[in-house]
Ligand binder design. Structure first.
Ligand code: F0G
Length: 355
């Protein structure tokens, strides 16, 4: 497998697609050693898997190359999804490649600009609803059932089949199973997917243990954390989720049950982080490591900072944080945080004066 070109399709024996896939060479994203941040936190083996380096700038491309390929294989004509942004951007990209019409429902006013731009430019029919993501998902689900449209949210099991390859790549890049894999959690599909993939590899004996699956949520949208901490059998829906990390502004995660299982069966955990902690980590990743991610993505590493400060982590623990989406997805949040460029007259004197 490792001799094959770098793409998630090198793992095709573990994937259900039987036709020529709809692909843009997704996967094969870099795994970076976080040296400076690791030093600050007293962690020698801290890594980030940069999923923002996928074709549309997020991990959703792994799910969409599978999802749209399966839509084709199953003879479906139209695809649809609800989205906090990245799913819609990715679906629009792959639907364009497959020459399929795509319908997208977004929560009005709560989707980062770069993601809307992608969905529009790649030709999806983009509709904003005056409601949140959870309502958009209910609506698109109903639309798909009543009109035979192919639903490409992570309720669709083929999405998770694609995303499970994150776990495969982590093991192959690291050369071993990490002690812990940390993911930002919204609809809880990605953490469930990574867990599923690694369970499959354990079953065939390629690996002999599983990492502690660790979920990080934003404080204002943390139903999975509440379930884990409260030892509840299932997730209680949060009616009004709120966070600067708009990608994970979700109160009713559809894959919650699978995520709880992944966390509990691996001895993992769930933690929440504040918006301030998320934004601070977004800045630190950018300035200490040269890694540009959107706020939701920084949540995974922010969660590790919090856990390290609480003394919950081993200094030598091999920890892989999945950072899920690229910095350029959400330029507006960046502009709000950083001082704007200094504008000067076009003279050397003026330049030296401000330096
Ligand atoms: N990080 C980013 C950047 C995301 O866009 C999402 C989900 C997540 C993390 C959480 O992943 O839902 O599998 O737990 N975004 C979805 C969307 C909901 O519509 O783009 P999850």
């Amino acid at each position: 497998i490792l001799q094959r070109p770098i793409s998630l399709w090198r793992y095709k024996e573990f994937l259900p697609v039987q036709i020529e896939p709809v692909t843009l060479q997704e996967g094969g994203t870099p795994l970076y050693h976080l040296k400076r941040l690791g030093e600050e936190l007293g962690l020698t083996n801290l890594y980030a898997k940069h999923e923002g380096m996928n074709p549309s700038g997020s991990f959703k491309d792994r799910g969409m190359t599978l999802g749209v390929s399966m839509a084709k294989q199953l003879g479906k004509n139209i695809v649809a999804c609800a989205s906090t942004g990245n799913t819609s951007a990715s679906m629009a990209v792959y639907a364009a490649k497959a020459n399929m019409p795509a319908v997208v429902l977004l929560p009005a006013g709560h989707v980062a600009l770069g993601k809307v731009a992608q969905a529009l430019m790649h030709g999806a029919k983009v509709i904003s609803i005056r409601g949140n993501f959870d309502r958009a998902l209910e609506m698109v689900h109903e639309l798909c059932i009543s009109h035979g449209i192919y639903l490409l949210n992570s309720i669709n099991p083929y999405r998770l089949e694609g995303q499970k390859t994150i776990g495969f790549e982590v093991v192959d890049q690291l050369g071993c199973v990490p002690d812990r894999i940390v993911l930002p959690v919204g609809n809880a599909g990605n953490i469930s997917a990574v867990y599923k993939g690694l369970c499959e590899w354990k079953e065939i004996g390629y690996i002999d243990r599983l990492p502690k699956m660790t979920a990080i949520q934003a404080e204002g949208a943390a139903p999975v954390v509440a379930a884990i901490k409260g030892q509840l059998p299932e997730v209680v829906v949060e009616q009004n989720p709120e966070t600067v990390a708009s990608a994970i502004r979700i109160g009713a995660p559809v894959n919650a049950e699978k995520a709880l299982r992944a966390i509990r069966e691996t001895g993992g955990t769930a933690e929440s982080v504040t918006d301030a902690e998320i934004l601070a980590m977004q800045r630190d990743l950018a300035r200490y490591e040269g890694i540009g991610v959107e706020p939701a993505s920084a949540a995974s590493v922010a969660g590790i900072r919090k856990m390290a400060e609480m003394g919950l982590l081993d200094k030598d623990e091999k920890i892989v944080c999945v950072v899920t989406g690229h910095l350029l997805k959400d330029p507006e949040t960046v502009i709000k945080q950083c001082a704007p460029p200094i504008e000067i007259d076009p003279t050397i004197e003026a330049l030296l004066a401000v330096l």
